[in-house]
Design a protein around this ligand. Structure first.
Ligand SMILES: *Cc1c(COP(=O)(O)O)cnc(C)c1O
Length: 460
């Protein structure tokens, strides 16, 4: 236990030269509390058999902790992976006007829940009603924090204590911990799974109807694909089946593609408009996948069902914040104005012509060859949609491929230096080559991208 006595005192660490700048810049109490934290850690380590650290070592660790806390987070990164909706990198980048709208909502007061015509309390949902109605054809809409909470709210409000019939092929994990059976259980509904993993027929749903049935749930299998001998029931058919017994259909379409993905050479992604037109009771979708807006969960459907959801206590718990609401409205307006392909970044990326991608990759190749002794080629490869949208669907692209075998740490070393660059660049490795896909690098990031790239390959 003599080692415990060798641990420096708080005072000795705080008065170390290594912390003098910090003590001057911030409150002394804060530095003292951080040093205490480090000393607690040191004591635990010493009890585990480690040597006691010196005052300088504790001061150094305290400074590191401070530096980390002072760093803004999350920091912007450049996405050169070619995955358009990259959940780990923040999903959809926002359009200029969606960004401006969020900023404006954040900076001052607004009529978020205030009716300017009569001076009374208003609803934050009012601002969206006309827009959602015109975009999807639904009678009413409700927006919450994300699609996971949207589905949980819908099930809780309509089916708690009742049975919800789901196809076995759709009682799945959608990713990020969103499991249809778990969400159902959390809502208080009882899962009745019907059919088999690959084939479910209308009669399976029909046979499952009891006087306890609260809803049919259809969930889009958005991150995987079952191929071959498969069958599922179209929403319209379920609507017909349910109508006879007053059972509503709840349809989680996932991505919220308001544009036709087939027009871009991709597989068909169910659109909210189609879902509404099929007559389902409620349609659920995300704001930050193919819709290309902020994190949000959008619910559209009949006025009656939306009203039930609005009055449920979870609607308050899941309510959308003012910045997301403002940028969601700005994003949706791009679709109504017919300018989504040009203005919404995810659609601009998806629709970028191959010649432009090729030109950018060629110019990157020149920049790379001028700053490192690496062999660069422009290769034909594929960009992915990602983000639990269009499973396995890719778009042809042109990427810069760098042979980094002669550089320190080879491809993995270059990837690591790219992550440590300012701003960090996230690329991908294919066949031991480092690949940079221009599709997901925003044009205004080009200059920063090249600086980070040149630093990572030229620093040897
Ligand atoms: C992504 C997804 C969700 C979850 O949506 P979040 O907005 O991420 O909460 C739910 N259902 C489906 C079908 C999805 O694709």
């Amino acid at each position: 236990m003599t080692q415990l006595r060798n641990i420096p005192s708080v005072e000795r660490v705080v008065s170390s030269d290594l912390l003098s700048r910090e003590v001057r810049a911030y409150s002394r109490e804060w530095i003292v509390s951080l040093v205490r934290l480090q000393l607690d850690k040191a004591r635990a380590e010493v009890r585990g058999g480690a040597e006691a650290p010196s005052a300088e070592e504790v001061a150094q660790a305290t400074r590191l902790l401070l530096d980390n806390m002072n760093r803004p987070a999350p920091v912007p990164v450049i996405n050169a992976t070619g995955v358009v909706i990259h959940t780990n990198l923040g999903r959809a980048p926002l359009s200029k006007s969606a960004t401006d709208a969020a900023l404006q909502a954040a900076q001052g007061y607004s009529n978020l829940e205030f009716d300017l015509s009569n001076g009374r309390r208003g609803s934050r949902q009012a601002h969206l009603q006309d827009i959602l109605q015109q975009l999807t054809g639904a009678e009413a809409g409700l927006v919450v924090n994300n699609n996971a909470s949207a589905v949980l709210l819908g099930l809780s409000a309509l089916a708690a204590g009742k049975e919800v019939v789901v196809s076995r092929g759709e009682a799945v994990e959608i990713g990020g911990g969103f499991r249809v059976p778990d969400v159902l259980a959390q809502s208080g509904a009882i899962l009745v799974d019907v059919g088999t993993t690959n084939r479910t027929y209308a009669r399976d749903y029909e046979n499952a109807i009891t006087d306890q049935t609260g809803a049919f749930l259809k969930a889009h299998a958005s991150n995987f694909r079952v191929e071959g001998f498969t069958a599922s029931v179209e929403p319209a058919e379920l609507v017909q089946l349910g109508a006879a017994c007053g059972i509503p259909v709840l349809h989680d379409v996932g991505s919220g593609a308001l544009l036709d993905t087939e027009a871009y050479g991709l597989a068909h992604e169910p659109t909210p408009q189609e879902s509404v037109a099929s007559g389902v009771g409620l349609t659920f979708f995300s704001g930050d996948k193919l819709l290309g807006g902020p994190q949000a969960g959008i619910i559209v459907g009949s006025r009656e069902l939306i009203g039930l959801l609005e009055r449920h206590p979870l609607a308050r718990a899941f309510r959308i914040d003012k910045m997301s609401l403002a940028s969601l409205i700005a994003t949706l307006m791009h679709y109504l104005r017919g300018e989504a392909e040009r203005e919404v970044p995810v659609w601009r990326m998806i629709s970028t012509p191959l010649q432009i991608l090729e030109k950018r990759a060629e110019s990157w190749k020149l920049a790379a060859s001028s700053s490192g002794n690496v062999g660069g080629t422009v290769v034909e490869t594929r960009s992915a949609i990602g983000g639990g949208s269009l499973p396995g669907e890719t778009l042809p692209t042109r990427a810069l491929s760098l042979d980094c075998s002669s550089l320190r740490g080879s491809a993995q070393g270059v990837m690591q230096r790219l992550r440590g660059a300012h701003p960090p660049v996230i690329a991908r490795i294919e066949n031991d080559q480092v690949l940079f896909d221009p599709r997901t690098v925003l044009p205004e990031q080009e200059e920063d991208f090249l600086k980070s790239l040149q630093g990572a390959i030229g620093a040897d």
